[in-house]
Design a protein around this ligand. Structure first.
Ligand code: ATP
Ligand code: MG
Length: 175
């Protein structure tokens, strides 16, 4: 079932409200005026966005971080991204970041940040279950950006499947 991306983002920000407040982080929403919808599981997408925004906040406990959540669409696909201007991910770690249990090795001087290293592998699976893809780019200290893209035909497939599953038994067996 299609859900509104903006309301999904609102839920995520509400859940992280106290962390955002404690860290004095700035959240920017970068979305078109029209209220974009996405076909798929709202619960999964809320988890996806929660994980990405939580990561940005958790990896950058310093005050003054800016996290941007955005979306846009073309005739071919919908894009959703989460970006931050924090410490970033070294280029050597980038290819491995979606692997289960993978976490970036911290310098001795840095405080240990807790986590299991599962978040991003779950994010990737959820996005791919919707026929989408996810990529990451990072310039440490400048911008780290996770971009998800869901093609229109993948959305159409999901909608058709949902439609077929919701048909009453009688109609399904007819014809
Ligand atoms: P979990 O999500 O299971 O609690 P985690 O946050 O450590 O644990 P992932 O969400 O999979 O695990 O992230 C993997 C690693 O990628 C993190 O440990 C961190 O080193 C790095 N990482 C993820 N997002 C960012 C980010 N926005 N900025 C800097 N590093 C990041
Ligand atoms: Mg995480």
């Amino acid at each position: 079932k299609p859900f509104r991306i903006r309301s999904c983002v609102s839920d995520v920000l509400e859940r992280l409200e106290s962390v955002i407040h404690n860290q004095q982080a700035t959240i920017k929403i970068d979305m078109p005026d029209i209220d974009l919808s996405l076909a798929g599981d709202r619960f999964y997408w809320t988890q996806v966005l929660f994980n990405l925004v939580e990561n940005a906040l958790k990896q950058n406990p310093r005050a003054g971080l800016t996290v941007t959540v955005g979306c846009s669409c073309t005739d071919e696909s919908t894009q959703i991204w989460v970006a931050d201007d924090g410490v970033g991910i070294p280029s050597a770690d980038l290819p491995h970041i979606f692997r289960r249990f993978y976490r970036v090795e911290k310098h001795h001087s840095q405080e240990e940040i807790k986590g299991t290293g599962l978040g991003l592998s779950i994010v990737k699976r959820a996005v791919e279950a919707h026929g989408g893809s996810i990529r990451v780019s990072s310039t440490p200290g400048q911008e780290t950006r996770f971009t998800m893209e869901v093609p229109r035909d993948a959305e159409a497939r999901l909608l058709a499947e949902a439609e077929a599953n919701s048909l009453p038994e009688l109609q399904k067996t007819e014809g």
